[in-house]
Design a protein. Structure first.
Length: 353
């Protein structure tokens, strides 16, 4: 089995970012792209960074591999400050950091084998070691039979697996993924995410994954930060952020703002609009799955259920329910509060709802 490096200590902070700021001069204007970023990325975990286009994700990942210099602040990898490394030391560091790109960046005139071997040839590795390493990583990503094919002969998912093999050929400690699945179809995305998870578990490589897709975070990440306008606005374990998003942008990314209800909602009740629409949020450990009959027992009648969704993330169940109850029925609300950690009033409707 392929094995890179020493055993992983999950308690170790692999990447530490302190007071990181990045400014760009754009057409005479100073743009503050990263604002006082504070971040600890643990060794051996899959760490997700999510945000909308222009949020600062790409600027952040480019500072992590030294392609961009911070305007101020520190980035420490195993306590080595990137800003204090000379050119030769930075090149050595980059060999310990693999990079996977959105659009693969393969050389069309070279075979799969030669694309993967290229970083080692540039670094003047011996032919025998190049042979061993390239064959090793092609087997790991399931492309040994495509070694002598050209990129034009591959599917998008296969091209990205070549990109992953090339990123692994230096036996890196860290793998940076910049929108690695956004150019792929759903089936190829699933294959690539499964491969990244396998690499993390087998090799203990720390993976930092930049994306704008919450589903990608949900599938494989251990922890997540949400970035917006250059600032980290929310962070935590994936199940925790998904179950109780604090920021509006996080709710948008989770599509929690989208309601498809068969009636008109009013902001205030009156004689006609006398039923209250509530959003109820539930979370528990997987081993303590909820008894739906208990959640909505006879004590909370009358109640009407309009939407429901329960998901399983990181051994936790996360549920959302949209219900209607008679307005100002405090007994019903008090009973619901025993089972749901958050209750939000969405609006009011007619009693026929």
């Amino acid at each position: 089995m392929v094995s890179f490096g020493a055993p992983v200590d999950f308690s170790v902070t692999h990447i530490k970012i302190r007071n990181l700021n990045k400014y760009y001069d754009v057409q005479g204007h100073r743009v503050h792209a990263l604002k006082n970023i504070q971040l600890d990325i643990p060794q051996g975990k899959i760490f997700g960074i999510i945000g909308k286009s222009g949020a600062g994700k790409s600027s952040l990942i480019r500072t992590l591999n030294g392609l961009e210099k911070p305007s101020d602040g520190q980035i420490l990898i195993h306590q080595h400050d990137l800003s204090k490394l000379n050119h030769a030391e930075l090149i050595q560091l980059r060999q310990r950091i693999g990079m996977i790109f959105q659009h693969f960046n393969l050389m069309s005139a070279k075979t799969v084998w030669d694309n993967v071997a290229l970083p080692l040839k540039v670094a003047n590795f011996k032919p025998a070691e190049i042979e061993q390493r390239v064959n090793e990583v092609l087997q790991l990503v399931g492309l040994s039979d495509k070694a002598h094919h050209y990129p034009s002969q591959l599917s998008g998912g296969q091209k990205q697996r070549v990109g992953i093999a090339r990123a692994l050929v230096h036996h890196p400690e860290i793998l940076l993924c910049d929108e690695a699945t956004s150019a792929l179809d759903p089936e190829s995305t699933s294959v690539v995410l499964s491969l990244l998870k396998e690499i993390n578990q087998k090799l203990g490589i720390t993976i930092v994954l930049i994306t704008h897709e919450m589903q990608v975070i949900r599938e494989i990440c251990d922890q997540v930060v949400v970035i917006d306008h250059g600032e980290i606005i929310e962070s935590g374990q994936v199940w925790s952020v998904f179950s109780d998003p604090q920021q509006h942008i996080t709710q948008e990314l989770l599509n929690l703002e989208q309601l498809d209800l068969p009636f008109e909602l009013r902001d205030t009740p009156d004689e006609q609009f006398t039923h209250t629409i509530l959003k109820l949020r539930y979370q528990s450990e997987l081993k303590h799955a909820p008894d739906i009959k208990q959640l909505f027992s006879d004590d909370v009648q009358p109640i009407k259920l309009y939407q429901s969704h329960i998901d399983s993330i990181q051994q936790h169940l996360i549920g959302t329910f949209v219900v209607a109850i008679p307005h100002q029925n405090q007994q019903v609300i008090a009973t619901l509060q025993q089972h749901f950690f958050a209750i939000e009033v969405l609006g009011y409707v007619r009693p026929t709802a």
